[in-house]
Write a protein that binds this ligand. Sequence first.
Ligand code: GUN
Length: 299
Amino acid sequence: MAFVIDGKEAAASVITAVSEAAASLENLTGTKPGLAVVIVGDDPASHAYVNSKSRMAKQCGFNSIQHSLPEETTQEELEKLVRELNADPAVHGILVQLPLPKHLNSEPVIGSISPEKDVDGLNVVNAGKLATGDLASGLISCTPAGAMILVNKIHGPDLSGLNAVVIGRSNLFGKPMGLLLLSANATVTMAHSKSRDLPAICRNADILVAAVGRPGMVKADWVKPGATIIDVGINRVPAPEKGEGKNKLVGDVAFAECAEIAGAITPVPGGVGPMTIAMLMANTLIAAHRAAGRPIPKF
Ligand code: GUN
């Protein structure tokens, strides 16, 4: 049975470090880190995520500002709000929750967030820094940054000689995850829906990262014995065993059978998920340190 990587514990230790560093930044400089979270529309799952981000920001001692905009918000109104937040010196981090309602175009909105405040790491400036190997001066997308901390817990910081396979190529996760693994010297394969013989590609992975949004897609016979599996999927599926109409969260990996083969595996929930919020707090803290002209703490 594989070692189960405890994302809650890893996230709690990041949150403790962030809270301490936030208190010391405020004592030294009077700067209180500020995180503005913007959500448009009424999607209940998105509201739940955003509420937990705002709550965690308060717990870290940040100024937590939430803008909940109605479904009918126009592109111009949303971009105007982003411009105001860009100009507000009390705001160090801006996150526009995705996906946006269908009538809105997310690209120009994300592009209009000032790179220094882009705590999602999605702006082309931050994505470009990561792509060119500059991991120090930008902001790195939270879920891959958090997943990488879990990988490093198992393998250390240098992944030389290891094969890593990332399934999924989104801007939010797959691409930055592949680049982080590459920066740590892994030999990286980016697999996706058009890849041929995905199981064979995965069987070559010492580190297998799944982010496709398909419940239980990765099966035991896709897994190299002893591999580390990082499951980024969060899928809500019916759970009649919990009662009629009940749901549960499962990952992209068939956990029980893959845990028999793998060396280490992240659970869902309780794996990568908690790390995402922790790294959002870390990014906001980094942005606040830069704004105050202070050296950034290490996590
Ligand atoms: N929706 C789901 N995950 C994320 C995320 O990490 N950032 C943003 N902005 N929206 C999301």
